[in-house]
Design a protein around this ligand. Structure first.
Ligand SMILES: C[S@@+](CC[C@H](N)C(=O)[O-])C[C@H]1O[C@@H](n2cnc3c(N)ncnc32)[C@H](O)[C@@H]1O
Length: 205
């Protein structure tokens, strides 16, 4: 059954994000994408980077259905595994041993501001547990920097998130960096992206 979902933002941000991924994901191996949502990013990146195995995941069953539909629609079944039912707060992430063995990076796009702060902490803890030394954790999304919104539209967006859920909202990049350090990650790059977003590249030490 075709249950493909369409998230408008993915069409706008997939190309700029792919340029960042292309710079840093230069080795062969598996990449675990957390919070894959509709799966549109996953199939796009898998097509662009045939040397990688793109392993999608999401805790929402209807999103996992959409990811499966996208994988089938793009005829990537032979390369891409089925999406994992992965909630970052789980103490053991259900990543198969084979994928863990050749895991070179974890990617999370637009997750931290639509989940509570505990998810940010859990994301780094879980990533530390499965990434080997020099493995990368790549985040993308809007952040507060130097205690300031980087645009008026981001401050309005933050308010609207908090109206939906008091525990959601844009994170301060400096606070995220502290969690990273506590979990043996070092920040390599903070990269300005279109539409007042950032890509953040952390390395497991
Ligand atoms: C704004 S959507 C982003 C989806 C996709 N990455 C994108 O950019 O289109 C947020 C995603 O975070 C996922 N999510 C929320 N809480 C989560 C958690 N605790 N663990 C893993 N994923 C979570 C949701 O299911 C949803 O797919």
């Amino acid at each position: 059954m075709n249950q493909r979902l369409f998230f408008a933002a993915t069409l706008r941000n997939r190309l700029p994000i792919s340029k960042i991924l292309g710079k840093f994901l230069t080795q062969k191996g598996s990449v675990l994408e957390l919070a894959s949502g509709s799966g549109e990013h996953g199939v796009y990146f898998q097509n662009l980077f045939p040397n990688l195995v793109w392993l999608t995941s999401d805790p929402n069953p209807s999103y996992r259905e959409s990811i499966i539909s996208w994988i089938n629609y793009k005829r990537l079944n032979n390369i891409m595994p089925k999406p994992l039912d992965l909630d970052v707060r789980a103490s053991n992430w259900p990543v198969p041993e084979k994928s863990c063995k050749d895991l070179i990076a974890i990617v999370a796009i637009n997750l931290l501001h639509v989940s509570d702060w505990g998810c940010t902490e859990a994301l780094f803890k879980g990533s530390r547990n499965i990434l080997k030394k020099d493995g990368l954790l790549i985040l993308y999304g809007p952040f507060i920097k130097d205690r300031k919104y980087t645009s008026e539209s981001n401050s309005i967006f933050d308010l609207s998130l908090k109206e939906q859920n008091a525990n959601w909202g844009l994170r301060e990049i400096e606070k995220v960096d502290c969690v990273a350090i506590k979990n043996s990650f070092v920040k390599l790059h903070l990269i300005d992206m279109p539409a007042n977003n950032f890509s953040v590249i952390y390395k497991r030490t």
